[in-house]
Design a protein around this ligand. Structure first.
Ligand code: C2E
Ligand code: MG
Ligand code: MG
Length: 721
């Protein structure tokens, strides 16, 4: 050290002062500067200027014994003090040592050498203490600045220190905790069974090992609050290698634990309804099957698909669709036992796993229960929605003994339930798999049907109810299958839509219908518009407009002789772009009809501003007008509404005379149905066109067969708004 260190001798003995000076001169830990005070008061005076160490005789003219030491210690608590005493006063010197003196020299041994030795030892100790202090300070600052909590305890388990984070996490201050037992301050329990965990010191003493990272731990604070922690503990050894204590480091993992729980919830649940998703459902089903195998019971899978959900979603929008799905989920959950699992497969498909049931009949009644639960309407202002479901059931062990087979077979049974009509359930039967395979083979054949020219068009007349003349013809596709014979569009159009083949097929229908219309015109027949059904997918496909223009151009057919029939669903999907599309179609000059009117969820206000020329009332209403006064009222309302909107109106599916007269009486413009003619081949349709008036026409019958109610509701399924 290069600084000059001041040493103060307080002693009235000049011999001592001489020896002191000499000792400093020779001392190796210098350089030193000696100061000499003869009395305590002089010494205290000198202390004000600062000294590095004091050598003081306890017996001074103005102060005697331990009192001298105490006064010095009080004035300079941090300065090392060395005391001198008479040979007979060793016990007082020793007492001064106990109180903090660094060393003492006794009269008779005070000389240059002993002074030098004592000063050296103070200097050496000073360096060591300095180093120790720095080290401790570094440890203290480190401990308080790391994010982890750190607790120290001695070998008896008494707390020796807590850093700031540990104070915060345990709720104990370091002062309060010091000397307390580890178990009291650091209370930890197992998070799975909530039993007390042994404190790390115990295992260290027992096994002499370092406690690895443990994360299944809950720390209970002093105030009883709990937090998930991850802890690590390590023993402290003394110089002999014996355990002297322990250091426990820990941190709060509550947030990350919550997050990982949330992540796991997300991967296993459907975000819309919060029901178990496919993954979790499969897992639960496998567990239910395992349990049933052990207990010799049964498991049922109910595969549920909402009927007509797509219509609601397309016409009322996704927000309403989502709301409905959430409400359906709630009803399903409310309708089963807590041991059963309700999950969402995706879209409008739900699955219910009935665990541990005795008879298949129980599954049947559960399915009926689900249908009943869904039967009440869903009041979503301003709509009062009704929805039904089709349910397929499969049973363990009859229909499969693993989750995958059970789900597949319940799905197959659900398809059958759909075919059988809405709002019913079907148990899986082996033959159903044959149907599923058949569907695949239809799809395979459909791919070849166009190039093999297996499609034909039939035409069904629309009749003017005022004049009895044919007012138009609807082109209806037929598939002449080499093995199956005539396949109706209901059997293959949905499959063609699923696999995308509807686009080339639709293109062919338009081309053929336009060609045929031109041929009839060229052969001098009376000109009537030909109607072509266009599916939603075609309408929305890229290049539909250009394709249509090209077809019209090639066939040289005046666009006003082509009538495109679009369904409500096709139109209501996206209000904006559809209107634009319809306007484009109208600008080409074709006519537009709204097919199957009344079965969708069209907003009536919307009807006012879409450029549609004709409304075709769905045959389901027409067919019951003569028997169901409610439907009669609906049809009458639809007709007056169409008139109000200045649209032509066509009644579909007229099968008997009463239906026709009814429509006539209500002022319906045109009608179509088996009563007039079934769809017929082109040549036959040409023959019908030649006759005038049409052979089937019966003039207007002025009195209605039965009275009808006043118009009330407009749509069968959705409220007017
Ligand atoms: P749609 O457009 O509503 O056609 C009327 C359907 O009702 C036709 O069935 C027709 O034969 C049937 N029908 C007509 N009068 C009566 C009647 O008095 N009683 C009964 N019960 N039914 C009658 P079809 O030909 O089987 O066609 C069914 C549906 O398939 C059509 O319904 C249409 O949506 C679709 N479709 C037919 N051809 C095509 C086509 O070329 N392209 C597209 N995308 N769809 C088509
Ligand atoms: Mg049609
Ligand atoms: Mg129709």
């Amino acid at each position: 050290m290069s600084d000059i260190r001041s040493l103060l001798l307080i002693d009235d003995n000049p011999r001592h002062a001489e020896a002191f000076r000499a000792a400093l001169h020779t001392a190796t830990h210098g350089p030193f500067k000696a100061h000499w005070a003869r009395t305590l008061s002089q010494g205290l005076e000198r202390l004000r200027e600062g000294v590095w160490a004091i050598v003081a005789n306890l017996y001074l003219p103005d102060s005697q014994g331990l009192d001298t030491f105490n006064k010095l210690l009080q004035s300079a608590p941090r300065v090392p003090i060395l005391v001198l005493a008479g040979a007979e006063d060793e016990d007082i010197a020793a007492k001064a040592m106990q109180d903090g003196a660094k060393d003492y020299l006794l009269e008779g041994h005070i000389d240059t050498y002993s002074f030098a030795r004592a000063i050296r030892s103070v200097a050496e100790r000073d360096v060591a203490e300095e180093a120790l202090f720095t080290e401790k300070e570094r440890a203290r600052v480190t401990l308080n600045s790391i994010g982890d909590a750190v607790v120290n305890a001695d070998v008896l388990g008494n707390i020796t220190s807590l850093n700031a984070v540990a104070e915060k996490m345990t709720g104990w201050t370091c002062d309060d905790a010091s000397g307390k037992q580890l178990d009291e301050v650091f209370r930890i329990i197992d998070d799975s069974n909530r039993t007390a965990l042994p404190n790390p010191l115990e295992s260290e003493v027992r096994g002499n090992n370092t406690d690895g990272l443990t994360s299944n731990c809950i720390l209970i604070r002093r105030d009883g609050k709990e937090s998930d922690i991850e802890k690590r503990a390590a023993p402290i050894y003394d110089r002999l290698g014996l355990i002297a204590g322990t250091v426990i480091a820990f941190h709060d993992v509550s947030a990350s634990k919550t997050m990982s729980l949330e992540m796991s919830h997300l991967t296993h649940h459907d975000p819309l309804t919060d029901l178990p998703n496919r993954l979790l459902l499969k897992d639960r089903l496998s567990q239910a099957i395992e349990a049933a195998r052990r207990n010799d019971t049964k498991v049922a899978v109910l595969f549920l698909d909402l009927d007509g959900f797509k219509h609601i979603n397309d016409s009322l929008g996704h927000a309403i669709g989502d709301k409905l799905l959430r409400s359906v989920a709630l009803r399903l959950v409310g309708g089963v036992r807590s041991s059963d699992t309700v999950g969402r497969q995706g879209g409008d498909e739900f699955v219910v796993v009935l665990a541990d049931i005795k008879h298949a009949a129980d599954a049947g009644s559960a399915a009926r229960g689900v249908l009943t639960a869904l039967a009440a309407s869903f009041p979503f202002d301003p709509h009062d929605l009704r929805i039904t479901a089709s349910i397929g059931l499969s049973m363990y062990p009859e229909d499969g003994d693993d989750a995958e087979t059970m789900m597949k077979n319940a799905d197959t049974a659900m398809y059958q339930a759909k075919v059988n009509g809405p709002n019913n359930y079907q148990f899986f039967k082996k033959f159903m798999n044959v149907r599923a395979i058949e569907r695949q083979s239809v799809e395979a054949d459909l791919h070849r049907a166009l190039e093999r020219h297996e499609f034909i068009l039939n035409y069904q007349p629309k009749v003017n109810l005022g004049t009895g003349e044919i007012a138009g013809g609807e082109a209806l596709i037929r598939w002449v299958h080499p093995d199956r014979g005539l396949v109706s569009p209901d059997q293959f159009i949905p499959i063609a839509e699923d696999c995308g083949l509807i686009l080339p097929i639709g293109h062919w229908v338009l081309t053929e219908a336009c060609r045929q219309a031109r041929e009839w015109i060229d052969s001098g027949l009376r000109i009537v518009p030909v109607a072509v059904n266009v599916s939603s997918l075609e309408l929305r496909s890229e290049g539909f407009l250009e394709g249509l223009r090209a077809i019209l151009k090639n066939s040289r057919l005046d666009p006003c002789h082509l009538d495109l029939e679009l369904t409500e669903t096709a139109l209501m999907r996206h209000a904006g772009p559809t209107v634009a599309l319809l306007k484009d179609l109208k600008s080409i000059g074709v006519q537009l009809s709204l097919d199957d009117f009344g079965t969708g969820y069209s907003s009536l206000r919307y009807l006012k501003w879409i450029p549609i020329d004709t409304l075709k009332i769905d045959q389901s209403f027409v067919q019951s007008i003569a028997t169901d006064p409610g439907d009669a009222t609906l049809v009458s309302t639809m007709i007056s509404m169409a008139k109000g909107l200045k649209k032509r109106v066509v009644g579909e599916g007229v099968e008997i005379e009463e239906q026709m007269t009814f429509l006539q009486a209500l002022g319906c413009d045109e009608a179509q149905g088996y009563y007039f003619s079934k769809p017929v081949a082109a040549a036959q349709f040409a023959k019908l066109l030649e006759k005038r008036p049409a052979p089937f026409f019966i003039p207007y019958f002025p009195t209605l067969p039965f009275p009808i109610d006043k118009p009330a509701r407009i749509s069968r399924t959705a409220k007017a708004h």
